[in-house]
Write a protein that binds this ligand. Structure first.
Ligand code: AMP
Length: 603
């Protein structure tokens, strides 16, 4: 039934539906539920907070602050302080160590999620329970229902580049793994994927294989085996899709050989993965020929996705925030297919669904689901001029009292505070968002950046977003040379006096020193933060240095993080590497092929 619109899906746990509707519910029903939840989002929020506090009323944490069983927002805000992860660490550590008393949650914490940790250099421990799986499914279904309305898909499969990560046990015996792995392992995930016609083309052995290179190869292979059935190409983050197709460029001939002969490449050595994938393989010379002839006709791999997956309707994954730099390459691979940016959430909990899927990824916003948590927003205002100092590690905005979900204003920026069923109370997420508009009475948020400051030597302040824009500006020079920045990161070198910014670039191929010197000038000039410009002019910050690294360096960094237990599905290239992250710094420094200092501010 390829191409025919999907109208019915089954078993929608987590959404209040009538018993009669329990077995078969239309996607329109999912949309109706969403409309109902957001119609009076303020009321849904009060009810959600009440539920969270009732469920967790007996916890040590809520007792400590004397909430005394009250569940209204006013008492809650008056008694419970705003916290960051550091404040909760001792509690989470006790849970990890085996304390089974209700520390943070009434219901037991089923496992510990490890956040990607690529920003801080070490993973954070976050409590995980079934409520998070439930809200994840609600999020998937909601955005799927909206997507399907505009881009209907029929019975089929999804080529999903998803990867489980290593599972460790905490001292107290809880499983500790990434949030995505916790979700992929759940029964509800499988059911929902089936419901929304997004079953992965790869068997579980591939998703949970212990070697991500082998898993990636097999994802590509299984995707090709089922090429006619694939309707969606996706991953959690856009980076994984780009990474997959960069790999495809290297291994496509080998994949063709496997399909032609029906024998899996010897590069797949893990017995469980070999066995599972071999079952799907049988000699298919005509498919191999067709893939081969399509690949050789492509120009620089433009449009490889629709060429090989002719029934694919779109490419789906998070493309906002730190994933923006990959969308250009993704567009190249996707050719005529639309790119759709996926929802907004974190290991700590989900926030919003993309309910306007046809909006281009750069402009995507996320409608907050008002029943998955209680949300507050700290109004942030950029300081004018230099009158405000920065704190050690975050961008210093002027902060105001947190406001509720329905009190935010269009065009303004906020830091999100979440309270949810996983035992996070008034937890500052550290993300800055801008309100783009409203869907009914729930806000649609645009992701702006992580609040943490990356590049700072003295009075200068630059965030990940600033770096991203600067790199984008300088990379325009490369476009003329048909070159691209494969990946990038930054560092502050204070071993020189004065200290200076270092930008590391991996390029798709070589270019002249002249071009790279011009790039380093543009990088230097494109940091427009007044503190930086002033310091550069007075010489309080030295000339920016562009260091070009060998091809494959960022792959080594990725492997390093995977080795530490990160999941490829959740991987985000660290955009700043500090001295404390010495392993990654070593990988970068060992692979430098050329350094180019800016002469932009030379006097
Ligand atoms: P993690 O802690 O590994 O789960 O990563 C969560 C973080 O990823 C969030 O706090 C955001 O900074 C970022 N993130 C998640 N979803 C999105 C999105 N749709 N757009 C931009 N950034 C996102």
């Amino acid at each position: 039934m390829l191409g025919s619109p999907l109208t019915h899906i089954a078993s929608l746990e987590g959404i209040p539906i009538s018993p009669v509707k329990m077995r078969v519910v239309s996607l329109e029903g999912v949309i109706d539920e969403f409309e109902a939840l957001t119609k009076d989002a303020g009321r849904t929020q009060r009810e959600t907070l009440q539920k969270i506090l009732e469920q967790n009323g007996e916890t040590e944490y809520l007792h400590k602050f004397g909430l005394g069983g009250r569940t209204d927002p006013e008492s809650y805000k008056a008694c419970i302080p705003l916290v960051t992860h550091c404040d909760l660490e001792p509690y989470i550590q006790r849970i990890a160590d085996g304390d089974t008393s209700p520390v943070l949650t009434g219901k037991p914490i089923s496992s510990i999620s490890l956040s990607s940790g690529t920003t801080q250099g070490r993973p954070k421990f976050i409590p995980f329970n079934d409520e998070l799986v439930r809200s994840t499914m609600q999020m998937y279904r909601t955005s799927f229902a909206f997507r399907n309305r505009e881009y209907p898909i029929g019975n089929g499969k999804a080529l999903q580049f998803i990867y489980g990560s290593k599972q460790a046990k905490t001292k107290g015996g809880l499983i500790a793994t990434t949030a995505t792995t916790n979700v992929y392992r759940s029964e509800q995930f499988k059911r929902t994927m089936k419901d929304i016609q997004s079953q992965c083309t790869s068997p579980d052995e591939v998703i949970f294989g212990s070697d991500f290179q082998q898993s990636l190869y097999c994802h590509l292979l299984c995707g090709l085996i089922y090429s006619d059935e694939v309707q969606i190409i996706s991953s959690t983050f856009a980076h994984s899709i780009v990474h997959a197709f960069r790999t495809f460029e290297q291994v496509w001939e080998e994949l063709c050989t496997d399909i032609r002969e029906g024998v899996l490449s010897s590069r797949i050595t893990l017995p469980s993965v070999r066995e599972a994938v071999s079952k799907l393989l049988s000699p298919n010379p005509s498919l191999a020929d067709s893939i081969w002839s399509k690949c050789v006709r492509l120009s620089n791999w433009y449009g490889v996705i629709p060429a090989l997956w002719p029934n694919a309707k779109y490419v789906y994954g998070i493309m906002t925030g730190s994933m923006e730099p990959y969308s250009k390459k993704l567009r190249h691979y996707a050719g005529r297919l639309p790119l759709m940016s996926a929802d907004y959430g974190s290991s700590e909990g989900w926030i919003g669904a993309n309910v306007n899927p046809s909006v281009p990824p750069e402009l995507s916003s996320f409608a907050v689901l008002p029943n998955i948590g209680y949300f507050e927003f700290i109004p942030l205002e950029k300081p004018k001029g230099q009158q405000l100092a920065k704190t050690a590690s975050t961008v210093h905005y002027t902060e105001y009292e947190p406001v509720g979900l329905t009190q935010v204003e269009v065009g303004k920026e906020y830091e999100i505070v979440i309270t949810n069923f996983a035992g996070l109370y008034r937890y500052r997420l550290g993300d800055v968002v801008r309100v783009a508009g409203f869907h009914n009475s729930t806000p649609e948020l645009q992701f702006i950046c992580r609040r943490s400051l990356m590049l700072s030597i003295n009075i200068d302040k630059n965030t990940e977003k600033d770096l991203q824009m600067v790199v984008q500006e300088a990379a325009k020079l490369l476009a003329a040379e048909k070159l691209e920045v494969v990946d990038f990161t930054s560092h502050v070198d204070t071993s020189t006096e004065p200290g200076h910014y270092v930008i590391f670039w991996e390029l798709s191929s070589d270019t002249t020193g002249e071009v790279l010197r011009s790039c380093s000038d543009i990088l230097d000039l494109s940091f427009v933060d007044a503190g930086y410009v002033g310091s550069r002019k007075t010489g309080a910050i030295g000339a920016l240095e562009l260091r070009v690294v060998r091809r494959g360096t960022f792959e080594k960094i990725l492997e390093h993080y995977i080795g530490l237990g990160a999941a490829l599905s959740q991987y985000k290239t660290p955009r700043f590497v500090g001295l404390s992250n010495n392993k990654v710094l070593q990988i970068l420094c060992r692979n430098v092929t050329g350094c180019y200092f800016s002469t932009a501010y030379a006097v």
